[in-house]
Design a protein. Structure first.
Length: 74
């Protein structure tokens, strides 16, 4: 028994959507990890919120633990 063409089209579109979504997600993650944009944005907002106490906050062990280890030598 043959599958109707509309089901083949729907299955094909779902597969293409899934594959393209995975590719775009991977590329986005690689770019944001390599540029460390999330950390820079968090630091910028921390400076806006904390003001003069930013130096004290960045020296806390909890904040230091958030620094990325993978790209420290870049």
């Amino acid at each position: 028994m043959s599958v109707p063409p509309i089901f083949e089209l729907v299955i094909g579109m779902v597969v293409v959507y899934y594959v393209l979504g995975a590719i775009v997600s991977t590329i986005t993650q690689i770019v944001t990890d390599s540029l460390e944009t999330r950390g820079a944005a968090l630091e910028k907002y921390l400076k806006q919120i904390a003001g003069d106490k930013t130096i004290d906050l960045t020296n806390l062990p909890q904040i230091k633990a958030l620094r990325p280890v993978r790209y420290a030598n870049w």
